[in-house]
Design a protein around this ligand. Structure first.
Ligand code: ADP
Ligand code: ZN
Length: 744
């Protein structure tokens, strides 16, 4: 381990860097200006918090979100790192005290809000720090706020260029989870980054499971069912539900409360005190469900939100990505669900029509089309979202969205209907939108079709076998599959349909068209399928009990320290404890999330609870394996974008393997399947890691599998499976193959 890895473990308790982190840290330590584009939960904070400990001087973090600032400072303090924040919530005396302490060099990190940047007094403070302990780094969090193209422009952020001019030699690290090219260019220009190192991570969030459901009369019951399912037996998993209006927030949270689901409302109409109160009860795990308008969420660092549910249509895909991204920051599986009603679209269209600027109207309309396309798509949701950020999703089946999980009906051959539709577009002169074309097909007697002589066209009325809604569904699918164009014109008027070269291929019969049927609106359409969703594996009942005890202890400690429970330890750390049962402080120190400070502060109490539990239930600890000293945890390689997350997730598996856990236990700890864990281990073996494969399986499995390979060769797994029989599964077989290949 080098000193940087050492610091990662000692100060933050992390065993390995996440993808990209190490490289960014190296750049920052080398004093290079850097721009980091990384999704929420990717671990951006660490890329300045770790250098802050290793570079001399004070690291100044500019962050627009007061709640987040406080949260970050609490986390740092929990890890024994001196940090503080200065913002408008402080009384003048307290502010002066903190400023003095900063100038004296008492802190490693100082968080400030952008409005502080405006005053001369702030520059004066920075001058004092520069003359004293020195300024190590400016970290600009939520850097997209500097851009008018971002979704959250803050004029104050423009003052950052002034700071830059004053301290031209202090490196600057800009961080954001907003990825569009335009925003990116704007950040580089506005902050005047010099020869910046640009880190663009994949925006895929592998642990999020996407799902769109039709909204209809029974949706409320479906929502309640969903909340019960996500909440688990104790009903204590955190969920955010977004609604469009204050009124619907109020109504829904009241109704849920009446039905026994503890929920609180959050919207701009509440008093600031009420808002803070509700937010903090949610963050402190005193109430599991928060029903909110989009006023809530910016700066919510709560890592264990298990679901974000949009009960109304999101405004656009960018904000959907941000809002849904608040789920599962901790890397555990989490759900992102949209309830989609066709009528929502009409509501938003009406709102758009009220806007005075044609330019604004056009932008809003384009955004609406994109978000509707997301909801109505028969394509992978993940691929659709990533495409929005210009990223290609390479896999055919993501395995974690409703489409890929096959919850929608299989696509049907609709070539003939597509031909009818496209003919109608052609025959009406490519001048109409979706609805008029559908009307022509249905042979509707509308004023419009009469005045345009549509009833004289040959296709008039050839599509009476489908409803207008069905035709529109088909039309949207054609646009989405690139078989027709929806065009708003230079002036951004109402979109009209036009044919493109692919349309002609369909019309000439050179191309088949497959479209998923429109969703049924019965709410029983996915019965029995829920359980296989997150490929979740749960703890056995005894470990479950230990896990619950550990959670109770965590809650107790959090209350004593007056901090949210997740600041003490994450669920993932507790799960590993429940599985590995560390009974000494040494063993406890190896649990991911345990750094030196937390070891000292909580180690004994946790070890005591674990030991007592193990004695009572006759459990022995998992055997500890010493990590081999030569292992390099964090060889940062140049990685292809989409493989980035895979690499680091294999590292997590490696670490758990080293703490002595078996395949099944690692799968449980990580809530992944054994097959996935075996894949990680195979990958690690190929990369040259020492994995004792025979030790991972019962008695004679290794030998039996090896013998079978000797007989039939390495080409395929199936022949081996046929020989070894029922009691040995594919994960074991693939592992043995990796080991045998490696040993030549
Ligand atoms: P972002 O700012 O990118 O949204 P955070 O910095 O808040 O993400 O990190 C998200 C979560 O990931 C936090 O709970 C943090 O403790 C955790 N985390 C960050 N880096 C690591 C790491 N190397 N190993 C394990 N957990 C990490
Ligand atoms: Zn998918």
């Amino acid at each position: 381990m080098d000193v940087i890895e050492q610091a990662l473990k000692t100060h933050f308790g992390h065993e390995t860097f996440r993808s990209g982190q190490r490289h960014i840290v190296d750049m920052v330590l080398a004093g290079r200006d850097t721009l980091v584009l990384m999704p929420t939960g990717g671990g951006k904070s660490l890329t300045y918090q770790l250098p802050a400990l290793l570079r001399p001087g004070l690291t100044v973090v500019i962050s627009p979100l007061i709640a987040l600032m406080q949260d970050q400072v609490e986390r740092l303090e929990a890890n024994g790192i001196p940090a503080t924040f200065i913002n408008s919530s402080l009384a003048p005396a307290e502010r002066a005290r903190r400023e003095q302490a900063a100038a004296r060099g008492d802190y490693r990190l100082l968080y400030v809000s952008p409005e502080r940047l405006l005053g001369e007094s702030f520059l004066a403070l920075l001058n004092r720090v520069a003359a004293g302990p020195g300024i190590a780094l400016f970290a600009v969090d939520e850097a997209h706020c500097v851009s008018e193209w971002g979704h959250d422009f803050r004029p104050e952020y423009r003052q950052l260029s002034r700071v830059r001019r004053h301290f031209p030699t202090v490196p600057m690290l800009a961080l954001t989870a907003t990825a569009t090219e335009r925003v990116q260019q704007d950040i580089l220009a506005q902050l005047q980054l010099k020869e910046p190192y640009l880190h663009v991570a994949s925006f895929n969030r592998p642990n999020l499971i996407y799902d769109v459901r039709a909204k209809h009369k029974q949706s409320y019951a479906e929502l309640v069912g969903l909340l019960r399912e996500i909440g688990g037996p104790a009903g204590d998993a955190s969920v955010i539900i977004y609604c469009q209006s204050r009124r619907s927030v109020e109504q829904l949270s009241e109704r849920l409360s009446r039905d026994g689901i503890r929920a609180l409302p959050y919207h701009a109409g509440l008093s600031p005190e009420e808002r803070t109160e509700h937010q903090s009860r949610f963050i402190r795990d005193n109430v599991p469900v928060l029903v909110a308008t989009i006023a809530f969420g910016m700066g919510i660092g709560k890592p264990d939100v298990r679901a974000v549910i949009h009960y109304d249509l999101p405004r656009n895909l960018e904000s959907y990505y941000q809002e849904s991204g608040r789920a599962g920051r901790d890397g555990d599986p989490a759900r992102c669900v949209v309830f989609y009603a066709y009528g929502d679209r009409a509501k938003i269209e009406f709102m758009i029509a009220q806007k005075s600027e044609p330019q604004e109207q056009q932008v809003a309309r384009e955004q609406l089309v994109q978000v509707v396309a997301y909801c109505e798509s028969a394509l992978c949701r993940r691929a659709t979202l990533l495409a929005y950020f210009g990223e290609e999703w390479p896999e055919e089946n993501c395995g974690a969205c409703d489409v890929c999980l096959g919850q929608r009906a299989a696509p049907e051959d609709r070539t003939v209907d597509a031909q009818k539709f496209l003919s109608a577009v052609a025959k009406t002169g490519q001048r109409c939108g979706m609805r008029p074309v559908a009307d022509v097909l249905r042979g509707a007697n509308t004023q419009r079709s009469l005045s345009n002589n549509h009833h004289q066209i040959s296709v008039y009325g050839i599509g009476r076998d489908h409803t207008a809604a069905e035709w529109q569904h088909l039309g949207r699918a054609l646009v989405q599959q690139g078989l027709m164009e929806s065009w708003s014109g230079e002036a951004g008027g109402y979109p009209i349909l036009r044919l493109d070269p692919a349309s002609w291929e369909v019309l000439r019969g050179q191309r088949r068209v497959e479209i998923a049927p429109m969703q049924a609106t019965g709410h029983d359409r996915r019965d029995g399928r829920e359980s296989r969703r997150a490929s979740e594996v749960t703890l056995d009942p005894v470990r479950q009990q230990l896990f619950a005890d550990l959670r109770a202890l965590r809650h107790e400690i959090a209350e004593e320290a007056d901090v949210p429970a997740y600041i003490v330890f994450s669920d993932a750390s507790l799960r590993t404890m429940a599985l590995a049962c560390p009974r000494t402080l040494d063993a406890f120190a190896r649990v991911p999330g345990v750094g030196s400070r937390k070891l000292e502060a909580y180690g004994e109490r946790f070890v005591r609870v674990i030991s007592r539990f193990c004695d009572m239930h006759d459990i022995s600890s998992a055997p500890q394996q010493e990590p081999s000293p030569v292992t390099q945890f964090t060889q940062e390689r140049e990685r292809r974008r989409s493989t980035a997350t895979k690499d680091s997730t294999a590292q997590v598996t490696l670490h758990l393997y080293r703490t002595g856990l078996g395949i099944e236990q690692i799968a449980t700890a990580r809530r992944l399947t054994q097959g996935v864990i075996a894949n990680h281990l195979c990958q690690l073996i190929e990369e040259g890691e020492e994995i004792d494969v025979a030790g991972l399986m019962p008695n004679d499995h290794y030998r039996r599998i090896a013998d079978a390979f000797a007989e039939v060769g390495f080409a395929a797994l199936k022949p081996v499976k046929d020989i070894v029989g029922e009691d040995i599964g594919y994960p074991e077989i693939s592992l043995v193959r990796a080991a045998l290949k490696r040993n030549g």
